[in-house]
Design a protein around this ligand. Structure first.
Ligand SMILES: Cc1ncc(COP(=O)(O)O)c(C=O)c1O
Length: 409
């Protein structure tokens, strides 16, 4: 019987893509952790800061004045102008606010639009992995085929043009780069990006560059891919306010691309989303006008935590490269003798610390876990103590290991 008491009838199958999409590997751990008391979560990929007050105040004020309408499909012109100025100032890349910038509902929507605008069924997209959980599903939902290109700890999880070329076929249409990287925290050196741009030009591929963590770069420079020679015409730049400005809940991002590509994305956006929410756009505009010092303060704080967590993990015996960007440490946990899934699960139950197993992010991360340092220094220090205790218990044979780890102790 259904809810209205009528006989239940069978339905046609859901779409094949929807049926085969895997559930996010991150959710499972959040759900378990949420039920437990006293958990320190290094699992969340979200700033622990509240959106700066000036930004919140601007949005509140706009609501008080009754600013509650749709905006242009492209987004508020003032905001697009401010985004254009930002990218010009930071990277010397010039996007025309009239037809090369689209305000989106986060990078999440920008990614979906980019894939739907460029892919035909069966087109392949090269994706260095481990990578952010939504990259492969976004390609699949647009009818494309995601092709993972495995990167390694030994290469600091960067990818080379040669690795990408080795995975190319006549169906390859684009390469998706996400640096600084979630989950590895790695950044890409300029020389490697130049080679990838040259390859993309030779093969006539699009480049989609997710630069959401650009401002959270602690060592070296962030290279905006579209600013490299020969890159602009084939690159879709995705960025947003969620991470740098602590504005995840406002759902504002932006996509920048040459006019024809942006126009295609805008058409899809206009029929599916119409426009990003106006209060969020007002807040984003204020963020660009007045929150620069807050961004710098948050970046400094992340940087402090980054050093503490990486030093602490290495001292415990978990080999952790120094991430140059984003807010994730990505230690190799094989010294525990546990697989990354087991490590995350047992650490949660034994010591109440939540981390995310590397397997949630694709191939190449089986021996790793992701530890977010977007949490207070105090909590990071307690988490490190607990992880140390957990490793001591393992050494004392007090935690059962299944022997699935790649290097049992
Ligand atoms: C690499 C990466 N891209 C995109 C997103 C989604 O960002 P937004 O909040 O702008 O949709 C995230 C969020 O965690 C991310 O880590």
């Amino acid at each position: 019987m259904d809810k209205n008491g009528a006989e239940k009838s069978s339905l046609p199958p859901l779409s094949a893509v929807a049926r085969t999409l895997p559930a996010s590997g991150i959710r499972k751990f959040f759900d378990i952790a949420a039920q437990m008391k006293d958990v320190i979560s290094l699992g969340v990929g979200e700033p622990d800061f509240v959106t700066p007050w000036v930004v919140r105040e601007a949005a509140i004020y706009s609501l008080e004045r009754g600013v509650t309408t749709y905006t242009s499909n492209y987004g508020l012109l003032e905001l697009r102008k401010a985004i254009s100025t930002l990218l010009e100032n930071l990277y010397g890349v010039t996007y025309n606010p009239d037809n090369e910038i689209l305000v989106t509902v986060g990078v999440s929507e920008g990614m979906d639009l980019a894939m739907r605008a460029i892919l035909d069924p069966g087109d392949e997209v090269l994706i260095p992995e481990p990578c952010y959980v939504s990259y492969k599903p976004c390609v699949a939902l647009a009818g494309g085929i995601p092709v993972g290109v495995v990167t390694t700890h030994a290469d600091d999880f960067t990818v080379s043009a040669a690795q990408l070329e080795a995975h190319a076929t006549s169906k390859t249409k684009a390469v998706l780069l996400g640096y600084p990287s979630n989950p590895t925290g790695s950044t890409m050196p300029r020389e490697k990006l130049v080679e990838i741009v040259n390859l993309a030009r030779r093969k006539n591929w699009y480049i989609i560059s997710d630069e959401i963590y650009d401002r959270l770069t602690y060592e070296g420079e962030h290279v905006c891919v579209a600013g490299l020679p020969n890159a602009f015409d084939r690159t879709i730049t995705l960025n947003g306010f969620s991470k740098s400005y602590a504005m995840t809940g406002w759902r504002i991002g932006f996509a920048c691309a040459p006019p024809d590509v942006l126009q295609a994305m805008m058409k899809i956006h206009s029929y599916t989303i119409l426009c990003a929410p106006i209060s969020g756009q007002k807040a984003a505009l204020e963020a660009l006008r007045s929150a620069e010092s807050s961004v710098n303060e948050m970046v400094q704080e992340y940087n402090r935590r980054r050093r503490v967590i990486v030093k602490g993990l290495n001292a415990i015996g978990l080999n952790c490269h120094m991430p140059k960007g984003a807010f994730y440490a990505f230690p190799d946990v094989s010294a525990s003798g546990l697989s990354s899934e087991e490590f995350a699960e047992k650490l949660l139950f034994e010591e109440h610390v939540a981390v995310v197993p590397g397997t949630a992010f694709g191939a190449g991360a089986e021996a790793h876990v992701r530890c977010s340092y977007a949490t207070s220094l105090e909590k990071i220090e307690i988490a490190l103590e607990r992880i140390g205790k957990f490793m001591d218990k393992i050494k004392a044979g007090k935690v059962a290991t299944s022997g699935h780890g790649s290097r049992p102790i």
